[in-house]
Design a protein around this ligand. Sequence first.
Ligand SMILES: NC(=O)c1ccc[n+]([C@@H]2O[C@H](COP(=O)([O-])OP(=O)(O)OC[C@H]3O[C@@H](n4cnc5c(N)ncnc54)[C@H](O)[C@@H]3O)[C@@H](O)[C@H]2O)c1
Ligand SMILES: CC(C)[C@@H](O)CC[C@@H](C)[C@H]1CC[C@H]2[C@@H]3[C@H](O)C=C4C[C@@H](O)CC[C@]4(C)[C@H]3CC[C@]12C
Length: 369
Amino acid sequence: MANSAQAQKLVYLVTGGCGFLGEHVVRMLLQQEPRLRELRIFDLHLGPWVDELKTGPVQVTAIQGDVTQAHEVAAAMDGAHVVIHIAGLVDVFGRASPKTIHEVNVQGTQNVIEACVQTGTQFLVYTSSMEVVGPNIKGHPFYRGNEDTPYEAVHKHPYPRSKALAERLVLEANGRKVRGGLPLVTCALRPTGIYGEGHQIMRDFYHQGLRLGGRLFRAIPTSVEHGRVYVGNVAWMHVLVARELEQRAALMGGQVYFCYDRSPYKSYEDFNMEFLGPCGLRLVGARPLLPYWLLVLLATLNALLQWLLRPLLLYAPLLNPYTLAVANTTFTVSTNKAQRHFGYEPLFSWEDSRTRTIRWVQALESSAQ
Ligand SMILES: NC(=O)c1ccc[n+]([C@@H]2O[C@H](COP(=O)([O-])OP(=O)(O)OC[C@H]3O[C@@H](n4cnc5c(N)ncnc54)[C@H](O)[C@@H]3O)[C@@H](O)[C@H]2O)c1
Ligand SMILES: CC(C)[C@@H](O)CC[C@@H](C)[C@H]1CC[C@H]2[C@@H]3[C@H](O)C=C4C[C@@H](O)CC[C@]4(C)[C@H]3CC[C@]12C
């Protein structure tokens, strides 16, 4: 989109801008936000691709930093009009300690909020998660619910707990006075399971299938629906919210929005096969090949092994008691709150999202050969 000089006046800060979702948000901002003068990409691990972005009309500033370090966040925030806070430890596999997950996801978010107040940044978009809601520890299904659907959100696992605490901090900060006396306007976006180019778990499933002779073995009943949303549509919703938050502060401030598109409702495994099937993998079994009690036993053994091996090496398989429980609990959303509040419509159709993801997996195939 042509950037006229007078329109380019805003400075955006994206934390976690080099991650799976972050990279898509960064690229979407450069394509779709004409008011951008400077885009600051703040991440613990900067990607080499960031340098390629520095040739355009928008000033792209890569900042290697840690959201747990308040002074680093404040320095990156100084002069920014909007912050999109994506950085987080997405760990349900026991790779990081509960303390570290809390430090990054909760304290890191608090540092972002305080940096907004100190520096005068007035608009904060937070990437929350469906897991703030559920599935809960009781395994209650959430069937095509929306932002107002009653549900007992009870968490024990460090990751969902941290996302729920962080989201609450963000929503409670809405209306606080920032430097200069204006109110902080915040909102939180809750993606369900994101898929698309760069999704590490999809990559893991693909490589697992290659190792097993092109086969994956069904573990989850086909009847269990799991909400999924294409990364490009999640990125688009972030861009749109960041753009509309100023004009619609009274309506959007302090609100949560599920991220959704027209991706079909399926079991987690059947949904993955939409992309892995065309790339030569086969899902064996019309129903789970093992009884649920045996899967629970195997998941528990994995957790025990992880604990025993931790002093020697990191053993973090996909199957553990938490991932099995989540995979086995229906959690889908059906809402139009984002459309009603700020005119969101998915930018990518299901067919386009599927094609783009298949092409990405196929590229993995060629790089694996
Ligand atoms: N992937 C999903 O299915 C999904 C679904 C819902 C919500 N989310 C949320 O979206 C956000 C991004 O998730 P993702 O899947 O892109 O994960 P990711 O791990 O690919 O990206 C996270 C990014 O944050 C950075 N980061 C981690 N710790 C940091 C720190 N201390 N300081 C600065 N940067 C740090 C990482 O380097 C990485 O680039 C997370 O907040 C996650 O909770 C993800
Ligand atoms: C080994 C089998 C049981 C296999 O089917 C396990 C799948 C399991 C690894 C995934 C099933 C559901 C996923 C989670 C869901 O998509 C939502 C999430 C919220 C987001 O904030 C972070 C990622 C995740 C927790 C996601 C992680 C993988 C699953 C548990």
